[in-house]
Write a protein that binds this ligand. Structure first.
Ligand code: PGA
Length: 258
């Protein structure tokens, strides 16, 4: 029922040429899996124009790594949903922990960005996740509930199926420490419960991605979990072959062949 989504978050990597080449290679290497897996990449904002031309007429979708919630105005260094739409960018990551940590993005900002994206008929990939100390203090439920609240408040029942949530435990991002499938599933199930409280059976339509040191070696076991519907991948998405192997794992997962 929920089509897997594997999204690469290229952060501040890949210049014009690497972007063009990696998208071209990725499109070729994942073509055979497009029937049951959606593939997306989030390049650096300045190369979205070249990404857009490389991805045209392929199944590879584009995501921005951030977006401003306002339609236009005096917001130096930002861009709006309409700037993304001009480049055929259909998705945007919002609330990534690096944006929260280094650029002061708040839970409320994330909610507003989700609203702007839904208004533009784009797909928000809203990130949530606890730090190591929050996990050690048993505060996962509290943190995830706090981060999810302003997101859920912005979504109507008719829109909820377009929402994508990425659970990214901060301690697992770029550290090589992946959450175990069980640890990830526990939090995903909790996020699903939060969605159910507000949206009942429609919660089953929402895709929940896992992110944090996901790589070819662990993709299959994560994707087998009932509430893990895809991956948000940083480091292991920079290389087309590594990315494609995770897409292949998703395509072959038994959940997908049911
Ligand atoms: P990582 O990054 O896969 O390199 O841990 C994931 C992310 O930050 O989205």
């Amino acid at each position: 029922m929920r089509k897997f989504l594997i999204c690469g978050n290229w952060k501040m990597h890949h210049n014009v040429e690497a972007t063009r080449q990696t998208i071209t290679d990725l499109a070729a290497q994942t073509k055979a899996f497009q029937h049951n897996v959606e593939v997306a990449v989030a390049p650096v904002a300045t190369v979205l124009w070249v990404a857009s031309s490389a991805a045209r007429q392929t199944h590879v979708q584009l995501a921005a790594q951030n977006v401003h919630h306002a339609a236009k105005g005096a917001f130096t260094g930002e861009w709006s949903v309409s700037h993304l739409q001009e480049l055929s960018v259909g998705m945007a990551i919002v609330g990534h922990s690096e944006r929260r940590q280094y650029f002061g993005e708040t839970d409320e900002n994330v909610g507003k960005k989700v609203r702007a994206l839904l208004d533009a008929h784009m797909t928000p990939i809203a990130c949530v996740g606890e730090t190591l100390s929050e996990r050690e203090e048993n505060r996962i439920v509290e943190v995830i509930t706090r981060q999810m609240k302003p997101i859920l408040q912005q979504v109507t029942p008719n829109e909820v199926s377009r929402l994508v949530i990425a659970y990214e435990p901060v301690w697992a991002i770029g550290t090589g420490k992946t959450a175990t499938p069980l640890q990830a599933q526990e939090v995903h199930a909790f996020i699903r419960e939060l969605l159910e409280k507000d949206f009942g059976s429609r919660a089953a339509q929402v895709r929940l991605l896992y992110g944090g040191s996901a790589k070819p070696d662990n993709a299959a076991e994560l994707l087998c979990e009932p509430d893990i519907d895809g991956l948000l991948v940083g480091g292991a998405s920079l290389d087309a072959a590594s990315f494609a192997s995770m897409v292949e794992s998703a395509s072959r997962t038994s959940k997908n062949s049911k």
